[in-house]
Design a protein around this ligand. Structure first.
Ligand code: SF4
Length: 222
């Protein structure tokens, strides 16, 4: 899977392409079968220059109906623990690996991830956060390019090129498991400690060496 071409751009360096340009390419996407059952495409929401980007698996029922990620009980849980990391909903960006809801909230299929992930890849390149928080196994496996389970990966920060990646439980799963909820909250405190100890990274130049670091971006199919 190569780089998705965004009209009007030749390099697509970090922060060169705007999110609305990516959304325009997405359009009324029909690249996989999920287009037949979705109510709304759920592109993503938040600060386009967020220092921390959150990545989940796919829209659920409420997200599908409202066209916005993390608006149901999982979203309420996320909102309530963001303060543990010293963050507010307004200063983060949230997106999913899949932009359309799988029927019955089933797991994403490999071909759906392959079709949809280039949009997430371009969102990450556009926002160019310092930290990517992956919530749950599908998002973590995609971003870290691993099949290792979340329980073994969480609890520490992973360096991936320019990005610090923090895998943690999905807030919806944590609602069903009090032990996971506690670990999720521990992870958010760890994130807050990291953000406090590390100042924001400099804004990248389209021609500078940081531009090459976008090679670390996750690629579907690897
Ligand atoms: S899930 Fe992604 S690739 Fe599939 S139809 Fe929706 S936007 Fe397109």
């Amino acid at each position: 899977m190569g780089v998705m071409h965004i009209p009007g751009h030749t390099h697509q360096a970090p922060r060169e392409v705007r999110l609305d340009e990516i959304r325009a390419v997405l359009g009324d996407c029909r690249l996989c079968e999920l287009c037949q059952t979705r109510t709304n495409i759920v592109f993503g929401v938040g600060d386009p220059r967020a220092r921390v980007m959150f990545v989940g698996e796919a829209p659920g029922r409420n997200e599908d109906l409202q066209g916005e990620p993390f608006v149901g009980r999982a979203g309420e849980n996320l909102n309530s623990i963001l303060s543990l990391a010293g963050l507010t909903r307004e200063e983060i960006y949230i997106a999913n690996v899949l932009k359309c809801r799988p029927p019955g909230n089933r797991d994403p299929k490999a071909d759906e991830v392959l079709a949809c992930a280039p949009f997430l890849r371009e969102q990450i390149r556009s926002i160019w956060p310092d930290v990517i928080v992956t919530m749950g196994n599908p998002a973590t496996h995609f971003v870290l390019k691993t099949e290792v389970g979340i329980t073994r990966l969480r609890g520490r920060l992973h360096q991936m090129g320019h990005f610090i990646v923090m895998p943690t439980f999905h807030p919806a799963a944590a609602l069903r498991n009090p032990a996971w909820q506690k670990l999720l909250e521990d992870d958010f405190r760890m994130l807050g400690d990291y953000l406090e100890r590390h100042p924001a990274a400099p804004v990248p130049s389209a021609q500078g060496p940081v531009a090459q670091e976008s090679d670390a971006l996750p690629t579907a199919g690897e």
